[in-house]
Write a protein that binds this ligand. Structure first.
Ligand code: PEP
Ligand code: MG
Length: 588
């Protein structure tokens, strides 16, 4: 067999996109192209008839979306199916409908043109948003627009395709993704769309490998071509060679074996050969993931990113709504601990508040934004406190960079406790308060900050971007986003050494904890509690159970003397080889 590079990395038939949903599949292409809708601005003579047609088209669109919603709810659960409920709500929006009807009366043009024009106006505003989340939602609105127009033109809705194929399309709406999945689709590949697109989210929920944002794969394949989709790395191989097929089939079979093998680790603790226990917690983005958390054998939830509620609901939930969400989670995870992080909004994260900043990552984000919006902050703190009655909830503050922010937040938490007492609500009086260490300022000041709180959690996703001065979402400089930069590793060492002097608990919840290459190093540096996406917990457990703590300490010492990222990576790779530990994620 030819070498790995040739088969994979430098293959000429390779198209690169974004890894949107993990997994490997080999299959035949089904080109899913949608007829381009032509919209006429013809003049009408009967306004009433036109309005009647509009009403029927909207009714039909609602019927279709209800069907999609019901399928989605069955396959993915209530929370994720809410995407379609949100779309149905647009169809009920009286302001939009009135605007369309009024224009039909005034301009006397075909409803399809007015619908097109009116909804496109909204889309334009959304497409020019600096928020990737809002931009992605513009695609959802496109779906609604096309659906109404198609129904006005009384065209049929095609969603049945050849079974067991890989769907290749320029773009997929959430509804397409959902409906196509019924034909046992093996994978999805699209020209457009990003990680946060709903099509990507749905693929992940349905466990269908997907690569999005390939730019022009629809121009490079024809129906019936064989392709390999690697949803781990974001590659597609078109009409693969025998060598490539053999390589990926072996990978795929290995993966199946591995997953079977991982089952056995579920109920075992993550303990090194020489007896050091590492607690493994789950990072939870959407409450729907709780089933995976429970089945992954996690010790609890180390990070609940509450800002995801805002993404799902598109508005700030009331105190009672939040109490319901947090209490549900705490009950499901009981007696394990649930760490609720207050809204980390601003930066690249969802923004409902209208601040215009030229440099949002360095701007009003996380705790800074919360302290500027005390109502919002207090509502959330009170909800977290009310959900803490079972004493398995702790509260964590994001993006801390000064002691003043911690002290002010603690004052506000006390205020909230007093208000709750007056309102006769129960809560855990001794609820633990922690902070994220994700700014260089917090890293440098670890010991002093730790003295102010009950626990710390290191967030490398941000810490790396701030140490390396590299925007975590910017492709142009992504080569500098180095988790194994000596600057990062030495900072992680400083944090754990300084933090340990205070005897406070030091967690770690950046994605780095899920990188199996990083695990021995983190253990060797002294981290005893790692939080990661629930699906990666069994992988981490498997590795930890093969480690010897004394060896990892030596590895960490070696890495701390290195001057380059490459040297550190070599040390880590050599460690796995020397100790004959299989790096599961490298294999896949
Ligand atoms: C981090 O920054 O590492 C972190 C866990 O927080 P988030 O990814 O939500 O910013
Ligand atoms: Mg962060």
């Amino acid at each position: 067999m030819k070498n790995f590079k040739h088969i994979y990395k430098e293959a000429e038939n390779k198209v690169q996109g974004i890894a949107a949903a993990p997994g490997i599949v080999i299959g035949k292409v089904y080109l899913f192209t949608k007829e381009k809708l032509e919209v006429s601005d013809g003049v009408i003579t009967d306004v009433e008839e036109a309005k009647q047609n509009l009403e029927e088209a909207i009714k039909q669109s609602k019927k279709e979306l209800t069907k999609v919603f019901l399928i989605a709810r069955e396959k993915m659960g209530e929370t994720r199916a809410a995407i379609f409920e949100a779309q149905m709500m647009i169809l009920d929006d009286p302001v939009l409908l009135e605007a369309i009807e009024k224009r039909i009366e005034q301009e006397k043009k075909l409803p399809e043109f007015i619908v097109y024009d009116e909804i496109s106006k909204y889309q334009e505003i959304m497409k020019h948003s600096t928020e990737s989340y809002i931009k992605e939602r513009a695609h959802d609105v496109e779906d609604i627009k096309n659906r109404i127009i198609r129904n006005l033109q009384k065209k049929r809705w095609q969603s049945k395709i050849i079974r067991d194929s890989i769907v290749v399309s320029d773009m997929l709406t959430p509804a397409d993704t959902m409906l196509l999945s019924r034909s046992n689709v093996k994978g999805f590949v699209t020209d457009h769309g990003g990680l946060t697109s709903h099509a990507a989210i749905i693929s992940r929920s349905l466990n269908i490998p997907a690569v999005v944002g390939t730019h022009n794969i629809t121009k490079q394949v024809i129906e019936g071509d064989t392709i390999i989709v690697d949803g781990f790395h974001g590659y597609v191989l078109i009409n693969p060679s025998d060598d490539q097929i053999k390589f990926f089939t072996e990978k795929f079979e290995h993966l199946v074996q591995l997953q079977k093998g991982l089952e056995e680790f579920k109920d075992k603790p993550a303990v090194t050969i020489d007896g050091r226990e590492i607690k493994l917690y789950a990072n939870v983005d959407v409450s729907g993931e709780i089933d995976i958390v429970v089945s992954s054998g996690a010790n609890g939830i180390g990070l609940y990113r509450t800002e995801q509620i805002l993404e799902e609901q598109s508005e700030f939930p009331t105190e009672d709504e939040q109490v319901r969400i947090y209490s549900n989670l705490s009950a499901r995870i009981y007696p394990n601990m649930l760490t609720i992080r207050t809204f980390d909004i601003g930066g690249d994260k969802f923004k409902l508040l209208d601040y215009s900043e030229s440099n949002p990552f360095l701007g009003l984000r996380g705790i800074r934004l919360l302290l500027e919006n005390l109502n919002l902050f207090k509502t959330q703190i009170k909800a977290i406190l009310r959900a803490s009655q079972n004493r398995n909830v702790q509260l964590m503050l994001p993006m801390i960079s000064t002691v003043a922010e911690i002290r002010k937040s603690k004052e506000i938490i006390e205020e909230c406790k007093n208000e709750l007492r007056k309102e006769k609500h129960h809560f855990d009086k001794h609820i633990k308060i922690g902070i994220m260490i994700e700014t260089p300022a917090a890293a440098v000041m670890t010991r002093e900050f730790a003295n102010e709180v009950d626990f710390l959690s290191v967030g490398t996703n941000d810490l790396i971007q701030y140490i390396m001065a590299v925007d975590r979402g910017n492709d142009l400089v992504s080569y500098l986003y180095q988790e194994f930069s000596p600057a990062v590793i030495r900072t992680l060492h400083h944090i754990v050494t300084e933090g340990n002097k205070t005897k406070k608990e030091i967690g770690f919840c950046g994605e780095m904890a899920a990188d199996t290459l990083a695990i021995p190093l983190l253990v060797g540096l002294g981290y005893k509690s790692l939080s990661m996406s629930p699906a990666t917990i069994p992988y981490a457990k498997r590795i930890i159970r093969y480690l010897n703590y004394e060896h990892t300490k030596k590895l960490a010492e070696e890495c701390l003397t290195c001057h380059t990222e490459t040297e550190i990576t070599h040390h880590l790779e050599k460690f796995f080889k020397d100790h004959s530990i299989t790096r599961t994620r490298q294999i896949i």
